[in-house]
Design a binder for this molecule. Structure first.
Ligand code: HMG
Ligand code: MG
Length: 307
């Protein structure tokens, strides 16, 4: 059996968009280099499994993230299909590279904390805006869609607790540069369900509607599904997830894999929430990738369904 019983619960959205980050957030953290053809096949299989959005790669500095240094080769390999997939872009140099390849969707990624801005972007918290501002302005002039991520929304490994007001101030400022969506990252997975409600409420008070927000959970402490349910109750309808639970962040110690897409799909299916993903095809894809990576998937659903 590869589907749960469907028993809907009151007060939840009818449909959710899953924003797949496995090829980017997942593979950026792998020790070994994954061949570009394998990455292309991974992306194609995820799309074939019904994932509506697959973030393909990053146009960051190749020495900062060597795992994704083949971003251009991958996009060429993906051809026309690749142009509709979002890619991470930190600055104007990254934007130039993405524009050359005809990318139509980019994602910038800011930090809610000073320390992580320094570690991940080599910029102060304030200086990150000077990097993103011209990048987003020029992307919008070229008609590109821009997503903004904000990291360390629930806690930071160097600074500890991160005040909600600080997250809202940084997130809102990133979004207001010209983004269509703001993804709230629990980069190190320390968030819990009540914190999710409080953060979403604080963004609502600051004037953002739930459709403008996505939640990006890492499952370090096993809270990602509980946090997802909490966000669903607050009306959030976009969730980032990574096939097989791959992932982490090379510049955040203690960041582990993202919420596994299979675990998310299982829960949404059980709640009767539409998502459009074929679980068997997705599990087959993650099992295939696990073989390439030489270790089993950390996703409970991949292990249970694949057994
Ligand atoms: P920097 O060293 O300060 O860059 O790095 P710079 O602006 O001083 O430029 C130095 C040189 O790098 C120049 O070359 C630039 O052209 C070149 P030179 O003139 O010396 O020959 N350069 C580039 N080359 C290629 N592509 C580029 C690029 N930019 C500059 N884009 C930088 C600043 C932002 C580039 C660097 O810190 C960086 O690449 N950081 C990326 C780190 C990263 O990718 N982290 C993981 C993604 S974030 C994440 O995972 C969190 C998320 O999942 C959400 C969550 O979980 O919270 C999104
Ligand atoms: Mg992440």
């Amino acid at each position: 059996m590869s589907l749960p019983s469907v028993v809907p619960a009151d007060g939840l959205p009818a449909r959710v968009t899953i924003y797949e980050v496995g090829p980017r957030d997942g593979l950026q953290n792998e020790k070994g280099l994954v061949p570009t053809e394998v990455k292309a096949e991974f992306v194609r299989r995820l799309i074939a499994a019904g994932l509506p959005i697959v973030e393909a790669t990053s146009f960051v500095h190749p020495t900062w993230v060597p795992q994704l240094a083949d971003a251009a080769e991958l996009m060429v390999m993906l051809g026309e299909q690749g142009r509709d997939l979002p890619v991470l872009v930190p600055n104007e140099r990254g934007l130039d590279r993405a524009l050359e390849l005809g990318c139509k969707h980019i994602a910038i990624f800011g930090s809610a904390t000073e320390t992580f801005a320094q570690k991940n972007l080599n910029r102060s918290l304030d200086a990150q805006f000077a990097m993103f501002e011209p990048t987003v302005a020029r992307a919008r002039e070229h008609g590109l869609d821009v997503r903004a991520y904000v990291s360390m929304c629930f806690g930071d490994p160097w600074e500890g607790a991160v005040p909600i007001d600080q997250v809202v101030a940084v997130g809102k400022r990133l979004f207001d540069l010209g983004a269509s969506q703001l993804s709230l990252g629990d980069t190190i997975g320390v968030g819990t369900a009540g914190h999710v409600t409080a953060l979403v409420d604080a963004f609502a008070t600051a004037g953002m509607v739930t459709d403008q927000l996505a939640l990006h959970f890492h499952d370090t402490y096993g809270q990602a599904l509980a946090n997802t349910l909490s966000a669903l109750r607050s009306g959030i309808t976009t969730f980032d997830a990574s096939a097989g639970g791959l992932g982490g962040c090379p510049y955040a110690k203690s960041a582990t894999g993202n919420l596994a897409t299979e675990d998310l799909v299982w829960m949404l299916t059980g709640l009767g929430i539409e998502h459009g993903v074929d679980l068997d095809q997705l599990v087959a894809t993650s099992s295939w990738m696990a073989q390439h990576l030489g270790r089993p998937s950390p996703s409970a659903v991949v292990r249970a369904v694949g057994a």
